[in-house]
Write a protein that binds this ligand. Structure first.
Ligand SMILES: [Zn+2]
Length: 155
């Protein structure tokens, strides 16, 4: 990336990393940040059926990747608008979710509906509201979805 010599994988600080054999440059691969939103209304949470992979046909709350330089809260609101067509009002931080070996770190906020009514979009085949005792645990898209919903249900 600095001198155009093809990189090789070599151990640095005990971790296999891309390293330049010519100039010694080491590529430190960063985590990938995602933002999610648990939208609440009348004690229920808004879930959508994903229209695309990964997790197609499975359920999760709105969310997606944060752009470089974009405030995380703004990404959460943007993804919610794109996926279910509403304006979300961020309320508080629900939690931060990460797992060993997974590059994605998910930040999840609690929010309410500021404007609009949730509806299916190109990214969501269906939308619905679920109470804490109605959560579809076996149909959730990702382990982080379940972890965040467990925290929400507990709260
Ligand atoms: Zn180099």
């Amino acid at each position: 990336m600095r001198c155009a010599t093809p990189l090789q994988i070599a151990e640095r600080e005990g971790v296999p990393r891309p390293v330049c054999p010519a100039c010694g440059y080491v590529v430190y691969e960063d985590p990938k940040l995602a933002a999610g939103v648990v939208v609440e209304r009348d004690g229920r949470v808004l879930l959508l059926e994903r229209a695309t992979n990964p997790g197609r046909d499975k359920l999760t709350f709105p969310g997606g990747y944060v752009d470089r330089g974009e405030p995380v809260e703004d990404a959460a609101v943007r993804e919610t608008a794109e996926e279910v067509g509403i304006t979300a009002a961020i309320d508080s931080l629900l939690g931060v979710y990460s797992a060993a070996g997974n590059p994605v770190v998910l930040v999840v906020y609690r929010a309410t509906v500021a404007a609009g009514e949730p509806h299916p979009t190109a990214e969501a085949r269906a939308v619905g509201w679920y109470g804490a005792n109605e959560l579809p645990w076996t149909q959730l898209a990702f382990p982080s979805t379940a972890a965040a919903l467990r925290d929400w249900a507990r709260a």
